[in-house]
Design a protein. Sequence first.
Length: 148
Amino acid sequence: MITVKSSYHTPGRFAMAAIRTIIAENVQNHLEKLDWRAAIAEMEKLYAIDRDPHVRIRIGDIRRKLNKITSAIRDYLRAADLFAERGFIVKALAQYRLVLRLDPMNEHARSRIELLRGFRPVMTLQRGPVEYRVPQPLEIRPDVFITI
């Protein structure tokens, strides 16, 4: 019998990972069969387990294939909002721009883009002139010998 002392490795975590794997395999099977509605249903289950914005993007992509543009926009906005909440500003901006391509008058996307443009990265690279220094010769000391 194996005993696990870490709280990270609990049976519930292993069961949840197995469920996610099974659902992901079901999604893949539905996508291979071009069964879009069933794939969306499975992805909604996957999203309920783990609020991953990438899942929302994939759901939006499938809804676009089904010509459900309004629903796709809603999914893209949800994904963008999740990216923004988690600090992935560039990814959020990309999703908001996608929404504006589909619906140029979408006020939510416009306002969020304006809001997020105000954020600056914590570290910025500064390019400036580089000072060149002439290399100094090494000091050779006769009292120090290196033996090999």
